[in-house]
Write a protein of this length. Structure first.
Lengths: 352, 352
DNA sequence: TTGTACGCGTTATCAC
DNA sequence: GTGATAACGCGTACAA
């Protein structure tokens, strides 16, 4: 950058330089310390000076320099978050809520995306830390040893969102994925279903998906039931995938009478495909999803699904991380409630 | 923060402090300047020193402090972007692409959201600038005088995404919304349609929506056609809204034979509602949308729509802003192509 | 090619 | 309550 080596160089105005708190102080006739206090701890400054300084500040349109502030205070006022993907229903809603909550408490959100790739996630975490985020919001709770170690050595707090478990080193904020699915199983069993199929989201690098799958398995086991291998499919999150996997699971013999889907897009695909191939829902087949996006209630046959208050996940995560940052009382995680929304894709098991 | 006023204080190791480039330099037996150069301009350092320094760096696991770097170099390596909303199809895809492109060139994306609120957008812009972003990616090109003035005084570059116009102060990267809609009108007219309805996205604080609406109007005018007031509806971006507004436009007499929707969700709602109320598509009514999300092709009746390469918008915007930052050749905007994807919601005008 | 030394714009400590 | 002033950790003219 351009340097100003001659301190006594005569600037047109005779003054010294343009930018900064220093100039505000000069014009207001106070010290730089006072200007700083007016911004960061207004009550420690007498009202007279405070208003005087404030006037100069917005007369000059001065904006404090975040980098200098960060360097000096060793805090950036930024929180990092790493999501597998940004554009998917529940995450998108959570991100919105997170941003609002952070913004309300004067923090900035730095958003990164891992694409469900464990290595990339570590890279992103490093980048965020390098940028000086004060805290980190992560999704899920299982990670590689290297990643775990990185987090351990970190001097900043972090939390796990979208999962809930009390026994993790860092607090969790999210629904109990397994329990939500177990409740869904209870409901379906109460309708008389005994033969189940599942279209799960790929469980690789995704402990929420794994928890949902295991939740289904364990709940079924409690009834002495199990999903036969051919009726168990895994796929990505797309409608097309849901269609394909529905056909697959329906090939199992005997055919399942209920299909449980691991996310909204898979469920939408399954429901659309059932209609397309002439399988009557819910008369011949019940289908349920996970996550309640607008589409779930607007499809020709509205879909029974698990509703998680994602906005609440986002907001709680934001508030919690700030509490940790600001050293609030013993911070503990939060289990975000989920509920089953019964619509028209579920019904009693077919007779024959 | 904790200060270290006694420079000669004997640390256990006899050395001075923990953090930093300084320590790397000491251990590697070089000057701080050399360490800095190894990072920022490797070729100006002899290979021997370079490797030696590199070894020390990753042996210590040292990570340069972004704030200090920013303060000293007056650049942060961060680009800000303000989107109306993050979770909607085309924006979500563009954001993903933007992040990848920026990341590839070692920049970070700071994302903000304006909720289609002009005041909030200015607030967010200020925040981003305060954070020291090197450049700004904005959506659309029309803004308040105050906002305009703010941008003028800014010493960092910015661009307008998702619109295209050659005559703006800052470059544009996006589709020609009006032209895309005009092409759609041409297509529908060629099918024989003469009575049109439109379900537009609210045009308040949204010049893309306005351009699409005007594009339709102007194109129709060239055929001597116009949309009657009762067949012209405006709404938010939701499926429910699309359903409601379809019913509204169909009440116009004589009833339109083709409905043009301003975005994907509105189109999905319109198509679903038509099916729900027993209006045959495309036999009795043609419906088209804008933006090609997965749902558009997966609905029971796949929807004819305008496809814009949003990923390309994101990527070009990212590359362009970096070019501006790094002072590349006379930077100019880019018109991103759009195309009409004909599916099954459009057909010849009904006879009667 | 390499080293020295200063300054980037704040915050925070200390004395008043 | 207010003012001096020393860091914060790095980049970079300039000298060597």
């Amino acid at each position: 950058m351009t340097r100003q080596n001659n301190q006594t160089a005569a600037t047109p105005q005779g003054a010294r330089k343009s930018t900064g708190l220093r100039q505000v102080a000069a014009i207001a006739g106070v010290s730089t310390a006072t200007v700083s206090r007016v911004l960061n701890n207004p009550h420690s400054v007498s009202e007279g000076l405070r208003t005087r300084v404030m006037m100069v500040i917005d007369q000059l349109g001065w904006v404090p320099n975040a980098a200098a502030r960060a360097l000096s205070s060793n805090r950036t006022g930024a929180v990092g978050a790493i999501f597998p993907t940004l554009g998917v229903g529940d995450f998108a809603r959570a991100i919105d809520a997170m941003q609002d909550a952070l913004s309300a408490r004067n923090y900035l959100l730095l958003l990164a995306r891992s694409r469900y790739d464990a290595d990339l996630e570590l890279v992103q975490a490093r980048k965020l830390v390098e940028r000086g985020v004060d805290g980190l919001i992560l999704v899920g709770r299982t990670r590689s040893a290297e990643y775990e170690q990185f987090l351990d050595r970190l001097s900043i707090p972090y939390l796990n969102a979208f999962v809930y478990d009390e026994a993790t080193p860092a607090p969790c904020v999210g629904p109990d994925n397994a329990r939500a699915m177990a409740e869904m199983v209870d409901y379906l069993v109460s309708l008389g279903h005994r033969r189940f199929g599942m279209i799960a989201q790929t469980t690789r690098n995704n402990d929420r998906a794994a928890a949902r799958r295991d939740g289904v398995r364990d709940a079924l086991a409690r009834y002495g039931l199990a999903i036969q291998p051919q009726a168990m499919a895994e796929g990505e999150w797309s409608i097309a995938e849901g269609r394909k996997l529905l056909r697959l699971t329906l090939e199992a013999t005997p055919r399942p009478t209920a299909i449980i889907c691991g996310n909204a897009l898979l469920a939408i695909g399954a429901v659309l495909e059932a209609a397309a191939i002439g399988v009557a829902v819910p008369e011949d087949l019940s289908i349920v999803g996970y996550d309640d996006t607008e589409m779930m209630s607007e499809l020709p046959t509205p879909v029974t699904t698990v509703r998680v208050a994602s906005e609440q996940v986002g907001q709680c995560a934001a508030d919690l991380i700030i509490d940790m940052l600001e050293g609030k009382s013993p911070v503990t995680g939060a289990r975000i409630p989920s509920e089953i929304v019964v619509r028209q894709t579920t019904g009693p098991v077919p007779h024959k």
